[in-house]
Each structure stands twice: as C-alpha cells, then as structure tokens.
Write a protein that binds this ligand. Structure first.
Ligand SMILES: [Fe+2]
Length: 387
C-alpha cells in the first residue's frame, strides 16, 4: 500500500486521517512547512488597519510578521526581522515590553520601521531607507537589504498572508468558487460589531472537520436545532448548502428567537433572506452567513492540541452606528453553540489519543469532512505514511 492509499471499510464509511496526525508536534511542523507557510492564511479584517501607518504584528506558528498599511493605503507584510543582524523589529502592542518599549528606540512610527538594535530604518514598503554610517557610502547597495516580503491579499474585507510569495498562486485562484457563492453578501462593507476569543484544546483539523458536518448537531446543539431543525434531520444528510439551510417557520437568523431587529442585507436573494450559508476557506477561515450578520472564525494553531480562535461578528456599519445597536442577540446565541463545539472538539482530541485508536471514520452524512483529508493529503501525503 502506498502512502497515498487509505484503508477501505465497507458500509459507506471513509477513513479519517491517522490519529497521530492530530496529536504530534512533528506533524504540525510539517503542516507549518507545507500548509501554513505555502497556502494563503487569513489573519485579520481590513478595518483593523484603518489608515497609513496602521500596523499589527501577527504570529503564524511561530513566524512573527508585520502587516502595515503603506502611505498609498495598500497593505504590506514582512517578516518581523531586520536584514542586518536579524533583530525582531517591533512587537505587538499586547506583548510585554520589547522593541517598542521605552527602553529601546525602534518600532513603527512616522512612516518608518526602525530596528531597535542599530537603527536601520525601512519604509512601509520594506525598502531600506537608512543604515547609520553605511548608506552614505556609494558602494553600499540599499536595495539588497529590503525586508523579507510576505504576500498580502484581500477578499471580502479579509486579509490573507502568504509566507512564500514567490511561489504563491493568486488569492483569487485559491478562493475558487467561494466569492461567486457569496457575491450577494456585502462582506467588504461589513464591520466588526463584537469579537470573542476562544482557546480550544483541539487540533485545528478537528475544528475544521466539526465545522464541516451536522451529524453532531442533534446531540451537541439542541438550541441551534430548535431554530434550524434541518440540522438534525437524518443526521444533517443532504443539506443544500448552495441554496442555504432553512430555519424553522418564522425564523430567519441565528438568534435564540430566530429573528432580529436588524434588516436583512438588501442585496440578498429571496432564499438568502431566510436561509443560512457557510464557507470554509482552508486552512483557517470559517464564514457563517446569516441575512443580517456574518460570524467569522479565524483559527490560529498554537500547538498540535491547542487552537486559538478569533470569532468576529460582522454587521452593516449603519446598524453598528445606531444608538441601540446590540449584537448580543446573535453573539450570545453563537457563543453557546461555539462553546458546545469547542468542548466536543476537546473531547475528540482526548479520545483520539487513546493508544488503540489508530484512526476514525466518516459516515456518509459527514462527506464534507472528506475535504480536510483531501486538502491535507494533497499537501503532505507524500511526506508521511498515512496507513
Ligand atoms: Fe457544531
């Protein structure tokens, strides 16, 4: 059996990836090289960079990256490493004292990225502007010392990075049919109304697989199924995600009542005004689309068994601007469903670590979970034995 073959099982079940792929640090290191350093990875919303000079320091599996809006208003990204002696250039505002601390001169200010070590400074496009006592020498070629580039792409207001920009496919190609399927949702215009951060004790792939099936919904999400009974019908088999999932009669959005004071996005078609849609942008972005809001999940793997998840609730700006704007009708409902999901994902992570459990199985109604097996196998199947 070659490493690309997976064992077969009668009864319509498909094998999952081996359990060790969800638990080992070696596999996560391979995924970092083959997936998170090669594919486009969602890291933020565009509104988090409100104007020229606005920046964030972002970590992707230990790679520290600067994302900054340049003077022309375009987003740029670089490895957070000085081309001189390799010092970290700046730290995130949330980090403890470091390169932006009062102790050290450096960081991003006045349209420059300045290294705190020897004060080499770069413009917001990563070009070396000045290196004390060196750039006055005509034999010193500044163009050889630009910051290491990171690819940046935007779609629907989401910011994606690619750590290997020289080999990256265009973001549009990577997204495939997703922009067309969501074209009537005003994703770019929506703004963050509330954010919840979660620490999930599970591998990122466990979380993806869980997002991809509703076989678990009847048992794990009774409140959600009360609003969306289709999720529990026949184990969530044959859900028509292209047309959208219907709510119970009289309900049209993800809140406890199934209704809301917010208007439906006016550009939606008749189905989308009363149905729910979802998209999974591998490897780390989930987009759940209701008629009046969009719930966004950005996965940030921390270790093989730990995933940080940033959950944004997006709304039309004019709704957020209202004096009585209150996102809690949907955020509290989602928070309940989310915590149910994270708890069951943690239970999976614990259970698959049993020494006797070499792999799991996907039932027919979990067909979409096969996507994560295909996605991962295509990228790392040749490097490891999947049997
Ligand atoms: Fe769930």
């Amino acid at each position: 059996m070659s490493s690309h073959d997976l064992p077969r099982q009668p009864g319509g079940l498909e094998p999952s990836l081996p359990s060790s792929w969800y638990t080992s640090a070696e596999m996560l290191a391979l995924e970092k090289e083959r997936i998170f350093s090669r594919d486009w990875v969602c890291v933020a919303r565009e509104e988090e960079f409100p104007g020229p000079g606005a920046y964030r320091v972002i970590d992707i599996l230990g790679e520290s990256l600067i994302v900054v809006r340049n003077r022309e208003g375009q987003l740029r990204a670089f490895y957070n490493t000085c081309r001189h002696r390799g010092s970290r250039l700046c730290r995130d505002k949330a980090e403890p004292a470091g390169a932006n601390s009062p102790l050290l001169r450096g960081g991003i200010a006045s349209g420059r990225i300045t290294c705190p070590y020897h004060q080499w400074s770069y413009d917001l496009d990563g070009r070396l502007l000045a290196a004390p006592y060196l750039t006055t020498d005509s034999s010193f070629d500044k163009s050889l010392f630009s910051l290491y580039p990171v690819g940046v792409g935007c779609w629907g207001g989401f910011v994606f990075l690619n750590l290997t920009p020289a080999d990256a496919v265009p973001l549009e190609e990577k997204l495939g049919p997703i922009p067309a399927r969501t074209v009537r949702y005003p994703l770019s215009e929506l703004r963050i109304g509330q954010t919840i951060h979660y620490e999930v004790a599970a591998n990122w792939k466990v979380v993806c697989e869980n997002y991809n099936e509703c076989y678990h919904c009847a048992g794990v999400h009774p409140e959600l199924c009360a609003v969306v009974p289709a999720f529990r019908d026949r184990g969530g088999a044959n859900l028509d995600w292209d047309r959208g999932i219907p709510h119970r009669s009289g309900a049209y959005t993800f809140t406890a009542s199934g209704t809301t004071k917010r208007r439906a996005f006016p550009t939606l078609n008749d189905d989308e005004q009363v149905r729910h849609k979802g998209e999974l942008v591998y490897p780390n972005l989930f987009v759940s689309l209701a008629c009046d809001h969009v719930a966004v999940f950005i996965l940030q793997p921390q270790s093989a068994a730990h995933t940080h998840i940033v959950c944004h609730f997006l709304f039309e700006p004019h709704e957020i601007a209202k004096s009585d704007f209150d996102p809690s009708d949907t955020a509290s409902f989602w928070d309940l469903v989310n915590r149910q999901d994270w708890e069951i994902c943690a239970a999976v992570q614990q259970g698959i670590s049993a020494r006797v459990h070499q792999r799991g199985w996907y039932a027919p109604m979990e067909d979409l979970s096969l996507d994560i097996r295909r996605y991962v196998m295509e990228r790392i199947g040749d490097a490891v034995d999947a049997t």
